[in-house]
Design a protein around this ligand. Structure first.
Ligand code: GRF
Length: 202
């Protein structure tokens, strides 16, 4: 069974959705590790409650970002992690880390990339007035919100939507799409050629 690590430093609703899919058996992976860099993050207690091994690695404890990532890599190696799942880690990874886990790091972004990159994608899409936005799961490369796209799903913005209702809609889509993407990857169904992702037997 493939072993995954989730990197999260916030609320952790995607972490919970993935953990639930694992518990239900619809996602057959071992959720071996949570990596968090924020001691205040609610995701920490969620992981502890589920008895998932958690490491708190604070950027401030290291002289350089490379040293910070080396420490994280040590934990990943210890646990023999196959796939790194970014779920609201809100920190860019260095080329050193991205190369070490080439095509084995994925991220979820709350918009239809390449539209609305960055940390405020839901609000940016709402303020822009688009009628359709959504969620993207993509490989992580050295540029922000840029790697090859694995799955996308749309969410409509209706006239009576508010930013709050749109956020709820987006998160609902995320919680279904992320476990699905992890499933396809860990079953070896994802084929990557350049920026193109296709699926075997889906
Ligand atoms: C999600 O909206 C995700 O798309 C973005 O960060 C947010 C994390 O939310 N990358 P949560 O901590 O999983 O609730």
């Amino acid at each position: 069974m493939k072993k995954i690590a989730i990197f999260a430093s916030g609320r952790g609703s995607n972490f919970s959705a993935i953990a639930q899919a694992v518990k239900k058996g619809s996602l057959k992976v071992k959720l071996a590790l949570l990596v968090c860099d924020n001691p205040q993050a609610p995701v920490l207690s969620k992981a502890r409650k589920l008895k998932i091994k958690t490491v708190l690695v604070k950027r401030g404890d290291f002289d350089s970002k490379k040293d910070f990532e080396k420490e994280i890599t040590r934990y990943l190696k210890e646990e023999k992690i196959d796939l790194v799942i970014m779920a609201g880690f809100m920190r860019m990874l260095t080329p050193y880390f991205v190369r070490a886990y080439k095509n084995r790091i994925i991220n979820i972004h709350p918009a239809l990339l390449p539209a609305f990159k960055g940390a405020h994608a839901i609000k940016d899409a709402f303020d822009y007035g688009v009628k359709v936005t959504g969620v993207t799961v993509h490989f992580v490369d050295e540029e922000m919100d840029h790697g090859a796209i694995i799955l996308q799903k749309e969410a409509e913005i209706k006239e009576n939507d508010t930013l709050v209702s749109l956020e709820a809609k987006i998160h609902k889509v995320e919680h279904l799409l992320y476990p699905e993407a992890i499933k396809l990857l860990t079953l070896g169904k994802v084929k990557l050629q350049g920026r193109r992702v296709s699926f075997r037997g889906r």
